[in-house]
Design a protein around this ligand. Structure first.
Ligand SMILES: *Cc1c(COP(=O)(O)O)cnc(C)c1O
Length: 486
């Protein structure tokens, strides 16, 4: 095991050292051999580190300080909406009436929790203009899968078995084509035009009687609003296809535009992005799916219903695509989203959109002085810069991202979307102050100067981090996750 300046917990171990003191045993000792079959008895004690309480506290506290999160600093990760997580959400999530219940309890004993779910479904329906919502799916990707399975069930119910293709823009989030495949469809790509929008002529070329759906996010992955959305909806619907809205990031349009009014039939939202669920590190998330009335029979079951002020689950749904997750979704994240929506109110959510768009445009206009901006019109909640000018001086976007770490900022999303060279996809979010944005701009401008004066400084970054430049491929492909004694 490589020695580092930061010992592993095993390397701190000293034989015989303990971090606890147990009271004297006051019950008879059990003779393991006579009580359990041999196969279940560990012959050797597990090799655990022997450390004091202080050792262990210092070890994990130090580790946590090496991590970076939204509570540590600016996190402009485009497409991921790393926004502030209001602490009042945590208060709500910890109320014993919510935190101490179990999904197998009888509905009569958890009416309050069911009411929260029901109200949340109604709020999401109002925000998006959809008819009904299911909170079951646990992530954006699972929401996409759920929505596509409903579209499939719909076409099959009409005997329309030849609709096997789903159209996806070339700038789409990677989960879109992946969900298309997982749901048993083939993805067909539609091109982006020079303005960064879907190329309508190309859309007309790829749509036909095999089109099951068109999957779109609006504003799109370049942060631009698809102004021709009504015409596109018309093209798809006339061909017998359905419109799927990837609503992972809704914080540019809340209170201003609704997917249902743009002609979408099925949508998913990421409550762990727009609606402040803490995320990163892989979950938990929540990707509720909303539908028009035409699709309601296909929603995952059971469906939460309200009759005479009593909430319960309807399992008798013959056309449902079935259950896609055990129980009823990630309740804790749904509860946080509900708290957020109630705290903000309708006017507050509208303000969110205004600030998200204002912040993104402010950053974009200040940064375009030094970084290439392939699509120059006003953006919505995010924008994509290109590091191609810096690349001509031998410095790549990856180097710039690493150098940003030295300035104390998390980098933007890089090399995505795929249709922008050396992409830097940046989303400041609505919750950052002008001071923070200015600080980030200063760092980016200074790095641009460094690229000209001392490219090696940037190429070899980070210099101030605990871990220097990593071999990212090896780190991703051959991670060492377990301590092995040498
Ligand atoms: C994040 C994101 C997704 C996927 O959401 P997950 O919860 O990570 O599965 C899909 N589409 C867009 C546009 C996204 O930003």
């Amino acid at each position: 095991m490589a020695k580092t300046d930061f010992p592993l917990i095993f390397e701190r171990s000293k034989e015989g050292r303990t971090g606890y003191s147990l009271p004297e045993m006051d019950v008879p000792e059990v003779d393991l051999d006579s009580e359990f079959p041999d196969a279940y008895i560990r012959q050797e004690a597990p090799d655990l580190p022997e450390v004091s309480e202080l050792d262990i506290m210092r070890h994990y506290t130090a580790l946590s300080k090496r991590n970076y999160g939204i509570d540590s600093g600016f996190y402009p990760l485009g497409s991921c909406t790393m926004k502030y997580n209001p602490k009042i959400n945590e208060d709500a999530a910890r109320l014993p009436g919510f935190s101490s219940i179990h999904p197998q309890q009888d509905p009569s004993t958890v009416q309050g929790a069911l009411e929260v779910m029901h109200d949340l479904q109604m709020s999401l329906a109002e925000i998006t203009g959809m008819h009904a919502f299911s909170l079951q799916s646990a992530a954006g990707a699972q929401g996409e899968f759920t929505g596509l399975m409903m579209i499939r069930a719909f076409h099959e119910a009409n005997g329309d078995y030849k609709r096997t293709k789903v159209i996806v823009p070339d700038s789409a989030h990677g989960t879109n084509p992946a969900s298309v495949s997982v749901a048993g469809f083939d993805a067909v790509t539609v091109k982006t035009n020079e303005q960064g929008l879907v190329d309508i002529e190309d859309l007309k070329r790829v749509v036909n009687d095999e089109t099951a759906a068109f999957m779109l996010t609006n504003p799109n992955t370049l942060g631009l609003f698809e102004t021709d959305i009504m015409e596109m909806a018309d093209i798809i619907h006339k061909a017998g296809g359905k419109l799927y809205y990837d609503g992972a990031n809704l914080n540019a349009i809340m209170g201003y535009a609704r997917p249902a009014d743009m002609g979408f039939d099925v949508v998913h939202l990421n409550l762990h992005k727009t609606f402040t669920g803490p995320h990163g590190g892989g979950g938990p998330g929540s990707g509720p799916v909303g539908v028009t009335s035409e699709f309601e029979p296909y929603l995952p079951k059971p469906v939460l219903i309200k009759t005479d002020d009593y909430y319960t689950f309807d399992h008798d749904r013959p056309k449902s695509i079935g259950r896609i997750k055990p129980y009823y979704g990630n309740f804790g994240i749904n509860l946080r989203a509900y708290t957020y929506i109630r705290t903000m109110g309708a006017e507050g959510l509208k303000k969110v959109s205004e600030y998200a768009v204002l912040n993104a445009n402010y950053l974009m206009r200040r940064l375009e002085t030094e970084y290439a901006l392939p699509y120059a019109q006003h953006c919505k909640h995010e924008f994509v810069l290109s590091g191609k000018k810096q690349k001509q001086l031998g410095v790549r976007t990856l180097d710039i991202a690493k150098r940003l770490l030295d300035y104390g900022h998390h980098p933007p999303t890089i090399y995505f979307p795929l249709n922008v060279e050396e992409a830097m996809m940046t989303e400041p979010t609505e919750t950052e102050s002008k001071e923070t944005l200015d600080d980030f701009v200063e760092a980016m401008l200074q790095i641009s100067q460094e690229v000209k004066d001392d490219p090696e400084l940037v190429q070899e970054a980070p210099h101030e981090m605990a871990v220097k430049r990593m071999d990212e491929t090896t780190a991703a492909r051959k991670p060492i996750l377990r301590y092995q004694k040498t």
